[in-house]
Write a protein that binds this ligand. Structure first.
Ligand code: NDP
Ligand code: MG
Length: 381
């Protein structure tokens, strides 16, 4: 029986992680449940999973949870991140959204834990610090992001030095074929709908701008120690092939399944074992076709910008990520057009001080600066 700490339990990844735990009560128990604000969902989860420890980032929400569950161990504020290091915890699932996912990740790795990692913003912004924590504490990361899980599985087919390229697939988002003039009119409501996956708000918008794929290019570079030149992206609207690895002999190994995150979450939690999964079986005879095409980097500049950030390293990936987090917030508030999101991020990337990220203080400073710059970006209308 593995004892899990589920970070971001009230979100899309968190709820699907709990669905996996519900399906396999003999394999997993939920030792710690951690969420941000959603007290109603959190309350239902506490009643169902009876965790030994509850973490609520928001202080006021933590008080309310404490009142609803008198005598229970409720931790709040930044102390919540310490729960990732509890000796009783075997697996930490990191489904926190955004830059904040960096803190529990580093705590967990420092303490030698295995982390099923959905949060990609952490390894994009803090790759060096994350690697140092792994080396110091002996913790390891198993990828949850479906593309990285697919690559991880495909890499087991050969030797790393025989890999020619890592091919990440992208659904292309909802606006794959919209002309630029139409892209300008995309509203937050339109961007919050994804054709194939049901996900949290921020990642859904990132999927439609291709910032999600840009973050995944950098995530893959970190996870598989790959250079920018080794990572390619192909648009595959059916979301059946979750990613591929091409070897030197022209052989391509792909991982296929229905688009259901529970598969990748469960694999990261049971690795190297495979067990029955609540995700449906893929019926290959029902597929009408699998198509692949080059992404349109003119209408979707987020992708070339990610390669630029990856090649530069240091503070540029932080400007890319945190500039985008702030730009998405502004887009949701109606302050930016959809097409201004990449312009706003480019503004932050051009202006951020180019420094190496060797400590937490520098990381936090760059994150703050990138957000400030993204808010400073003035629209021309
Ligand atoms: P959601 O927005 O659905 O959920 C985010 C979770 O994190 C919620 O539990 C939320 O708590 C909590 N949270 C939000 N902000 C903070 C914060 N500042 N501090 C602590 N906790 C916080 O996101 P998703 O589940 O969609 O995504 C989570 C991560 O997984 C992202 O990094 C995303 O890129 C990645 N991912 C997601 C996929 C998906 O299918 N959803 C697929 C692949 C990767 P509350 O709501 O209670 O405030
Ligand atoms: Mg993904």
């Amino acid at each position: 029986m593995k004892r899990a700490a589920v970070f971001g339990s009230t979100g899309s990844i968190g709820k699907q992680t709990l669905s996996v735990c519900r399906e396999h009560p003999d394999e997993f128990s939920v030792y710690a449940l951690v969420f941000g604000h959603n007290i109603e969902e959190g309350t239902d989860q506490i009643l169902e999973f009876d965790p030994a420890v509850i973490g609520v980032y928001d202080e006021a929400c933590a008080k309310e949870i404490g009142a609803r569950f008198p005598g229970r161990n409720v931790v709040s504020g930044s102390a919540v991140n310490e729960l990732a290091a509890l000796p009783e915890v075997d697996t930490v699932v990191n489904g926190v959204s955004g830059f904040s996912g960096t803190f529990p990740l580093i705590k967990a790795l420092d303490a030698g834990k295995t982390v099923a990692l959905a949060n990609k913003e952490s390894v994009v912004c803090a790759g060096g610090l994350v690697r140092a924590a792994m080396q110091k504490g002996g913790g390891k990361i198993l990828p949850v992001d479906s593309e990285q899980s697919a690559v991880f599985q495909a890499l087991s087919a050969g030797r790393r030095e025989d890999v020619r390229s890592i091919i990440l697939t992208a659904s292309g988002g909802s606006f794959r074929s919209l002309p630029y003039e139409e892209l300008e009119k995309v509203t937050p409501e339109m961007a919050m709908k994804h054709p194939n996956w049901s996900m949290g708000r921020k990642i859904t918008i990132d999927s439609s701008t291709l910032f999600n794929k840009g973050l995944e290019v950098m995530e893959a570079a970190f996870l598989f120690d790959a250079s920018a030149d080794e990572i390619k992206v192909l648009v595959h609207p059916q979301s059946i092939v979750h990613s591929m690895v091409e070897y030197k002999d022209n052989s391509i190994i792909a991982q296929l399944s229905v688009p259901d995150m529970r598969l990748a979450i469960q694999y990261a939690m049971t690795y190297p074992e495979r067990i029955d999964c609540p995700a449906k079986q893929l019926d290959l005879t029902m597929l009408s076709g699998l198509t692949f095409e080059e992404p349109d980097t003119v209408r979707f500049p987020a992708l070339p910008m990610a390669y630029e950030a990856l090649k530069a390293g240091g503070s540029l990936p932080v400007a890319y990520n945190s500039g985008n987090e702030a730009a998405v917030e502004r887009f949701i508030k109606g302050e930016l057009l959809f097409t201004e999101i990449p312009e706003c991020v480019a503004y932050a990337m051009e202006r951020i001080e180019r420094v190496d990220i060797n400590d937490m203080e520098t990381l936090l400073h760059c994150d703050k600066e990138a957000r400030r710059m993204a808010y400073e970006f003035a629209v021309k209308r």
